[in-house]
Design a protein around this ligand. Structure first.
Ligand code: DAV
Length: 380
């Protein structure tokens, strides 16, 4: 899309041909200071434990270099790319309910911005350090609002994020993996049901159906909020019991095209939640293993960012360059693979899908699941 073409916001799913996208920026990214939701996510043996403040300068420079190159790859394929404007993340966040000494960053945009049709919705967010992150995207939102008369710019209600939002048993040290897996299986997550909470990256857009992960960053009230906010959609709550740190659905369940989804083999969708896909002949396949057995330094995401791919159209997918097994599998599944080097930017909060947020994909609002499961609302 040429720069002179008027801005149009519209994206209904994760696979239609991508025309316009936001790519995050690593500038001034901080390791957040301790707070309940962050403490629960960062593993005890992580090199991020006990550290906070601006991330090492050389990692920021390298991260920006890779993100710029990723943007160039997308531009060379005719996709318009916009970038957020970082605010000063060394500033504290103070509300009547909490104070945190510093903030987070503006990577990854996927966590904050949920594009559904002609709407971009600023998510609630469950980390105190990410409370003001939407400000980094406001220059773009304002521009889209001025240039596209059909664009709906929405913001979900800002949360209080008092201590009532977090279960105290997640805040102790030395929680075993077995304990975490038991809690996850019982849907006992760090966030409580005090108020609606969701991150945008817990939501998959599949046309008329939105599939939302219930986990650390999104609670049932948050899913109910999404359901009430999008009355023309059907909203399905899912959870993945094999994930000891369930934040964001996009390293767990990755749609590639109508009828085909990759699922993390360590975090399989439980049988009783597969009905929607089964009834409509969608195939759920195990993702290939990651190429690495450790995340890169100062990274709080798992090695499964291997499956955090960005679909450019139903036949084309961007895969991180070192993730050779994932690339091979996608090739076998009939996709053209575009390699993108981004591993050294993983520490900023994610891979290729996380690092982006949709503005425009071609295609219409479609119903890919005409046969709905009988028992669906049981999940909510
Ligand atoms: O597997 O650590 C990362 C998802 C980031 N958006 C994981 C989830």
């Amino acid at each position: 899309m040429a720069k002179t073409e008027a801005t149009r916001v519209c994206s209904w799913n994760e696979w239609d041909p991508l025309r316009h996208v936001i790519v995050g920026v690593a500038t001034d990214c901080h390791i957040p200071p301790p707070e309940p939701a962050v403490n629960a996510k960062v593993p005890d043996d992580s090199d991020m434990k006990g550290r906070h403040g601006m991330r090492p300068r050389e990692t920021i420079d390298k991260g920006n270099q890779l993100l710029d190159k990723f943007a160039d790859v997308l531009k060379s394929r005719g996709i318009r790319v916009d970038r957020p404007t970082p605010i000063d993340f060394s500033q504290p966040v103070q509300t009547p309910d909490f104070r945190t000494p510093t903030q987070f960053g503006c990577m990854p945009p996927r966590d904050v911005l949920l594009t559904v049709g002609k709407e971009i919705l600023e998510a609630i967010m469950s980390y105190r350090c990410r409370w003001f992150e939407y400000l980094c995207y406001r220059p773009l939102m304002q521009r889209y609002w001025e240039e596209d008369p059909d664009f709906r710019h929405e913001a979900a209600p800002k949360p209080r994020l008092t201590d009532e939002d977090y279960h105290p048993d997640y805040l102790s040290h030395g929680i075993s993996e077995a304990q975490r897996l038991e809690w996850t299986a019982n849907k006992h997550f760090v966030t409580t049901e005090e108020e609606p909470l969701f991150d945008a990256a817990d939501v998959l857009r599949l046309g008329r159906d939105l599939v939302v992960q219930h986990g650390f960053t999104t609670n049932l009230k948050g899913i109910d909020w999404i359901r009430r906010h999008f009355p023309d959609h059907r909203v399905h709550a899912v959870n993945f019991p094999g994930d000891p740190f369930p934040i964001h659905i996009d390293a767990t369940f990755t749609p590639l095209r109508p009828g085909l989804i990759l699922n993390n083999p360590n975090r399989r969708l439980p049988d009783d939640q597969r009905e929607l896909f089964r009834r409509n002949d969608w195939e759920i396949v195990d993702a290939a293993p990651p190429a690495h057995n450790q995340p890169p330094p100062l990274c709080y995401s798992s090695v499964w960012l291997s499956m955090n791919v960005l679909v450019l159209d139903p036949k084309t997918v961007c895969v991180e360059k070192s993730e050779v097994y994932q690339a091979e599998q996608l090739d076998k599944l009939g996709m053209n693979v575009v390699e993108v080097e981004l591993r050294e930017a993983y520490a900023f909060g994610g891979g290729l899908h996380c690092a982006t947020a949709d503005v425009l994909r071609e295609g219409e609002f479609e119903d890919y699941f005409p046969i709905q499961p009988a028992s669906d609302t049981a999940n909510l």
